[in-house]
Design a protein around this ligand. Sequence first.
Ligand code: SF4
Ligand code: SF4
Length: 354
Amino acid sequence: MGIQTIKDTVSWLSNFRSDPVTITFHGGEPLLAGPAFYHEALPILAEGLKKNNPSFAIQTNLWRMTPELAEIFAAYHVPVGSSIDGPKEITDYQRGEGYFDKTMQGFSVALNQGLEVRFICTFTRHSVNEREKILQFFLDQGFTMKLHPALPSLRNSNPDEWALAPEIFGELLVYLLDESLEHISEIDIMNINDLVRCVFTRRGNVCTFADCMGNTYAIGPDGSIYPCYRFVGMEEYVMGNVADRPSQEELDNSKAGRLMNDFKTYVDNHCAECSHIQYCRGGCPYNAIAPSGGEITSVDPHCVAYKRIFDEISGRMNTEMFEGPPMFGGFNPGYNTQTKKPGIMALMHKIAMR
Ligand code: SF4
Ligand code: SF4
């Protein structure tokens, strides 16, 4: 992306809405843009979008992190998201020989400048069999875990080579819920925290479990606007271009904008009987729409996994809240009477205390 597109983005976004904005540098490998780009782009964005109180983030493999880059990211409080799938042998098996060492090298450069780094751990149909080893790695390293289930590839002749089946994903989430409680003071598993918060507040608080349409956009290198970073490069999902300063209404009326809003209506009908609809909202529209070539034929295929974990959390939460020992008046937050271990309410308490 050139600096002119950054300037066009500022001039579009500053008149688009007045609520706070988070800008994530993402896609391809954003560190390839080099320090000169960030030295110029970050002040333009921070100044130009002042009234939107901008915050920043970057998603990178960290291979090209240098002290100079880390210094400018530190100056703008840019948290770093990266990917590690577990110990070296698992990460390199899934991502290629040498991946682990290069990422860990960049991680130490980022750490030296005080950057906050979090890792996404992609679970595939292979690595899910090593879930204990992967969890132990995150515990040993003191890393926060954010997990990502491998999806069927849209660009591979064998799309299911790595994909994690929704039923297995559901089981994995329940396993990680138990481990989150077992190691409550040692690790944060972001997805588990998010799921618990969703059920407790009865409101989606991450894009997958909220109506993301109209609140998330991605801008491609040429200024094209897409509904989300996952659609970038797919011509049929271009909603407009920052150079033309489109209004919210114009984006909503684009073909992709209408499709995203149709998904919302589809969920209202399809999931009407589901007790989790309020904080699930049919999952991720990209997962639902992209594999069927732009047709809305179902909700997010991970529905099975979402139902499994939402049922588990809400069931345990109800038990803890209403079936505690009588000596505590039937209410004993944090205590699971069956396992005698910290329960969902203890995790909720930990999240709330942040
Ligand atoms: S399409 Fe999916 S990944 Fe993209 S913002 Fe919406 S929920 Fe999030
Ligand atoms: S769990 Fe499945 S049925 Fe329920 S709201 Fe989510 S996607 Fe819809």
